[in-house]
Design a protein around this ligand. Structure first.
Ligand SMILES: NC(=O)c1ccc[n+]([C@@H]2O[C@H](COP(=O)([O-])OP(=O)(O)OC[C@H]3O[C@@H](n4cnc5c(N)ncnc54)[C@H](O)[C@@H]3O)[C@@H](O)[C@H]2O)c1
Ligand SMILES: [Zn+2]
Length: 663
């Protein structure tokens, strides 16, 4: 194929992909679509004379069938894309001395809101950039963050992004396993295509403003000030004086990306001054005064090679997708969850399908669905759930609307191994030197069955196994030995009681329970009296701890502490507490200045709490102080500076702790 033909092929493909995407039925993941655009852009740059006519790269969105078309006052454009720091430098070079804001590029759909004499007159989608769809009724009914009235005369147009929050998306999918949404962006777009707001009432959207036009002048020239004054929520904008500062904010936004409640696919740089932005003008499909810096994709497509049914520690049998390796959300993914039978059925997934894999943040990657069923060859296979346990062949039971499968055999070997691995995990007994493979071997040999069995293991027993030396056997025994101090909170976590979370364990300690036996004997009434513990959790605790009573006795007999540890009690704040009322975040490596010894962060946080502080794990607008140890990461510091949080060296805090008699 020659270059001319390739260019035409790419252009046709873009038109077809856009058409499907803007109708709400994408055929590929965004990353794959972007790759097609990038190839075309590259070829046209090399061979300008071969540019297709019309060139889809000069167009925005897709021509759509509009029911209530509204012409935009000025075009709603796309954004120029960048993915290298040099492009950020070049952007600053074009506008010397102009202040620039950097903000997250939210992944939703853009809306133009038109206010006339203070009243919201219309909400319009982008459409093909020139003409959009009037969605005022749906927007009024379903979108938070859009004031019905603003205090401004004449015509005011606010543009921004309507997104479905990740929490809303997750809650909707949990409540409707039979008709799951694929991703928050598609869900937002679909919501605003509904015929009747009542049918999509649970799919609430949220609006974040990023653009402002006023007819009467006089308003703030700073974009962020202008929008806030009118009462809009603005996507976090940071003023940056130069390219280095902008690059630091871009990096910080990318790092924070997973902690936010919305999807974002990049960061937008834009002239902060509204007049300068307008004066910079536009190209065929993008404004000159803005640039979109793209982040790694959180969704990709790949082939579902197989489905394996995995037995969990509570007996739940969950379908696990085995995938052809795919780079998504920053790592190579080969496995993903398929949730349960009902989700598989609702998404119509088969083995051999090209599936969309989503990995947003630290969330376990999951198979969101099949985008393009026309890719099927006929060789795809149904995903058939097992009728008996893959580990013990016990008959399975189905539970709940999602038809989750459970093996109820208490002696199921797979569950036994999972529970032992869980007991040894970091959040529980933390038996670091005995890994999963060893636990499996020991369980198979019949030496390990209950957590208490760890504590009768001897070095001699371990040495009987192949491929183990004196040194590692001794290390394993030592590691088991130090886990005897596990204590109430972590022992409860380690026993993997259904419905009881890590938070449950923490709250029981803070509520004054002195030992695991006390929790076991408390009875449901006393347990529900604890803050945030409901009747279901209380019933589960009582039922399972009663069943585990003999195991608790064995653990005790083998020298394992099930008593509350000092660090899990509510802190005793000293009088004249130097950090009273302060919310403190600790970062970096902490060490005691008197001995030079390293101090674990939780221990230091505890000291701060005794000195009156409330501790938090990440810097936010509520933080009063960032306490820094050695080797502090740049991103936390940048964030603290941006938010005006006081940064204090650990030496100063140690001085106060020692003076107050806390440390
Ligand atoms: N999967 C597919 O087949 C397919 C097909 C077509 C397009 N797409 C995807 O759709 C997207 C659309 O591309 P595009 O070039 O039209 O638009 P874009 O998303 O790349 O950039 C412009 C849009 O960004 C949004 N935006 C979010 N935050 C913003 C901010 N702070 N400031 C300004 N704008 C902000 C606005 O909605 C604006 O319309 C791309 O991500 C592309 O991958 C996918
Ligand atoms: Zn089983």
């Amino acid at each position: 194929m020659n270059t001319r033909e390739r260019i035409q092929e790419l252009a046709d493909r873009i038109v077809a992909l856009r058409d499907a995407y803007y109708r709400g039925d994408p055929l590929v993941a965004d990353a794959e679509y972007d790759a097609v655009e990038d190839e075309l852009r590259g070829l046209v740059a090399e061979h300008p004379d071969l540019a297709p006519d019309p060139n889809p790269l000069d167009q925005v969105g897709a021509p759509a069938v509009l029911h209530a078309p509204v012409r935009h006052s000025r075009p709603m454009l796309s954004l120029e894309k960048a993915n290298r720091p040099e492009q950020v430098v070049a952007f600053f070079g074009r506008f010397p001395g102009q202040p620039v804001v950097v903000m997250p590029k939210l992944d939703g759909l853009s809306l133009a809101l038109v206010y006339e004499d203070g009243r919201l007159a219309r909400a319009v989608t982008r459409g093909d950039g020139t003409t959009g769809e009037d969605v005022t009724v749906l927007v009024r009914a379903l979108t938070d963050g859009i004031p019905g009235r603003v205090d401004a005369p004449g015509r005011v147009e606010v543009r921004g992004e309507a997104v479905m929050l990740r929490s809303t998306f997750a809650a909707y999918n949990a409540a409707h396993p039979d008709k799951p949404l694929i991703n928050p962006r598609g869900a937002a777009a679909g919501t605003l295509r509904a015929k009747d707001p009542a049918t999509v009432a649970e799919r609430r959207l949220r609006f974040f403003a990023f653009d402002l036009d006023t007819s009467s002048g006089g308003a703030e020239t700073d974009l962020e000030e202008g929008l806030r004054t009118l009462g809009f929520t603005v996507a976090d904008m940071r003023h940056c004086a130069d390219a280095d500062a902008a690059q630091a904010v871009i990096t910080a936004v990318e790092e924070q990306r997973h902690d936010l409640d919305y999807d974002l696919d990049g960061a937008v740089l834009r002239l902060a001054n509204r007049d300068a932005y307008a004066a910079a003008g536009t190209r065929s499909s993008s404004p000159r005064g803005a640039l979109a810096y793209k982040f790694a994709a959180e969704e990709k497509t790949t082939v579902l090679a197989d489905v394996v049914w995995d037995v969990g520690k509570t007996g739940k049998i969950a379908p696990v997708a085995h995938l052809e390796p795919v780079f998504v959300g920053g790592t190579t993914v080969t496995r993903a969850t398929l949730a349960n039978q009902e989700v598989i059925r609702a998404r119509g997934i088969r083995i051999g399908d090209t599936v969309l894999v989503r990995r947003a943040g630290d969330v376990i990657p999951f198979v969101a669905g099949v985008l393009d069923e026309s890719k099927r060859t006929g060789a795809e296979r149904e995903i058939v759930p097992p009728s008996t346990c893959p580990s013990c062949a016990h008959h399975l039971t189905e539970q709940g609307n999602s038809r989750e499968l459970f093996c109820t055999n208490v002696a199921c070997p797979a569950q036994t191994v999972r529970r032992l691995i869980h007991w040894a995990s970091r959040a529980a007994a933390d038996i670091e030197a005995v890994g999963g493979v060893w636990i499996e071997r020991l369980a198979e040999a019949g030496i390990l069955e209950h957590p208490s069995d760890f504590y009768t293991l001897t070095k001699e027993q371990l040495l009987e196994f192949e491929r183990i030396g004196e040194v590692s056997a001794a290390r394993m025994i030592e590691s088991i030995d130090s886990s005897r101090q596990v204590g109430l909170r972590r022992a409860l976590i380690g026993l993997a009681i259904p419905l009881a979370s890590e938070g449950t364990a923490t709250r029981l300690c803070r509520a004054g329970f002195g030992s695991l036996e006390e929790v076991a004997d408390a009875g449901e009434e006393k347990l529900v009296a604890v803050e945030d513990i409901g009747p279901k959790v209380a019933a589960s605790l009582t039922e399972h701890l009663t069943r585990l009573r003999p195991e608790l006795t064995r653990l005790r007999e083998r020298g394992v502490s099930l008593d509350v540890r000092e660090e899990d009690l509510p802190p005793q704040v000293v009088s004249d507490a130097p950090l009273a009322g302060k919310t403190v975040v600790v970062t970096g490596a902490i060490s005691d200045p008197r001995s030079g010894e390293k101090v674990p962060r939780p221990t230091f946080q505890r000291l701060c709490e005794k000195a009156g502080a409330t501790t938090a794990s990440s810097v936010s607008a509520n933080t009063d102080m960032l306490v820094t140890g050695a080797e502090v990461g740049a991103s936390k510091l940048t964030k603290a500076e941006k938010l005006g949080v006081e940064v204090v060296d650990q030496g100063e805090i140690w001085r106060q702790l020692i003076a107050a008699g806390v440390a």
